[in-house]
Design a protein around this ligand. Sequence first.
Ligand SMILES: Nc1nc2c(ncn2[C@@H]2O[C@H](COP(=O)(O)OP(=O)(O)OP(=O)(O)O)[C@@H](O)[C@H]2O)c(=O)[nH]1
Ligand SMILES: [Mg+2]
Length: 517
Amino acid sequence: MWALRAAVRSGPWFSRVVRGCRAPRAAPPLPPCPVRALATFRGGLGGPEGRGPRADGRGSRTGGKEDEEEPEDAEEEDEEEEELLRRDPLLPAGTQRVCLVHPDVKWGPGKPQGTRAERQVVEAQALVHTLDGWSVVDTMVVPTKTPGRKLIFGRGTLEHLTEKIRGSPEVTAVFLNVERMAAPTKKELEAAWGVRVFDRFTVVLHIFRCNARTKEARLQVALAELPLLRSHLKNDVAHLGGRGGGSRHIMGSGESFLQVHQRLLKDKEAKIRKALDKLRQKRLLLGQQRRRREFPVVSVVGYTNCGKTTLIKALTGDAAIQPRDQLFATLDVTARAGRLPSRLTVIYVDTIGFLSQLPHSLVESFSATLEDVRRSDLVIHVRDVSHPETELQKASVLSALRALQLPRPLLDHMVEVLNKVDLVPGYRPAEPNAVAVSALLGLGLEELKARLEGAVLRATGRQVRTLRVGLAGPQLSWLHQEATVQAVDVRPEAGVADVKVIISDPAYGRFKKLFPG
Ligand SMILES: Nc1nc2c(ncn2[C@@H]2O[C@H](COP(=O)(O)OP(=O)(O)OP(=O)(O)O)[C@@H](O)[C@H]2O)c(=O)[nH]1
Ligand SMILES: [Mg+2]
């Protein structure tokens, strides 16, 4: 999974923490979020997850048909949660011309498995291009034998890099393609290169922040940020400590600055977890209601940008869904209803995309949301077959799903969808059980729906049955309510009808009990 490092803050975070505990509740306006896709939403379009962020950039409630959001919470509770979501910007706003530096580890434990430096560079470029106004003006793949060292590169290589970066006045920032950079590393590199330096963690976190719209997703991002805040804290205190600040006690409390701030962060973490827990309970309740209505739930998972949202749009015909060519466009789990050929209604759950080397803490923070996947009846794994690393992406997704401890039957009966076949002329699937489609052009969807239907019926114990009902009785309307009626063959002479239905075993049991004989 991913790899990453430290971040960039503007302004003294250290004092912000102290203020954080006493600050007035109303949060200040957030800085603009430089992610390309947001421009679309500012134009007022409804996005796949609903109405898009509010004008103040704080996101909005989802607008999906099966929204997970509850009505407004009590005002005070809302304010408290907003307080938890206060944060400094991670990346500077405005145009940035980035030099991408990729440390290429050729051997040893740090060597990435199953991919090549060029691929990792392409993925890193895609991350930078996701940020509005950011462009990559130079890319350097730099061999290193010492990725674990404080400055990542050997002395000679570092001098060479410094010379190149300092000699390129157009470069305004460096994206160092490492998982996570320790705060002292960042500081030294920034001092050496004279520009700000970012790692993958910071960039991904920033994209997550910008794309998270529901309260739950935003709280999950806030949770994922805590390790970053902790590492800044240590760095700030070490810095202060040099001037005697780190060991000072606050107003005779017996606690040092470090202890106070560590405690505040711990409190913050506990509050975020509590708020998330509450939202989770609500989601569980909604899930139960959904199951009571007996709509099968189909989760759509896959690598980021593989076409999950586009596929759901194609399967549901929901024109309001706006897929975007962007990494991590979907951060909120949303659900939408669609019909299978037999007229059976299923709920498609759109999920956050996976990425190889996704920072562990990010995955962890989103694991609660991904519980929806665990509780679904069927999982669709969407793959982008036009991507040069499609096999590696598949392996990443499968390993992430295993880590989520999906029930065995869900993993075993997963439907694999090979998407974007329109981009691969003459595509022939190698996988015998997979369905090849173009979600964008609507190719292969009928075959996919037929496959989904069979899988859903098997997974949920539903069967197609023909039941004879009296025309005068309430059976027919009962069946319309509790099952999926496919065809009604009326025999007026006998006063009966033969009704072809898809019905679950429990519903069939109830039918027989209610209408014996
Ligand atoms: N050519 C082609 N493009 C596709 C197809 N399916 C999706 N796309 C494009 O791929 C991009 C990403 O699509 P999304 O549906 O947003 O992908 P996603 O998997 O939901 O992405 P995240 O939510 O960011 O993880 C968009 O530009 C889509 O138009 C397809 O079948 N063919
Ligand atoms: Mg999506």
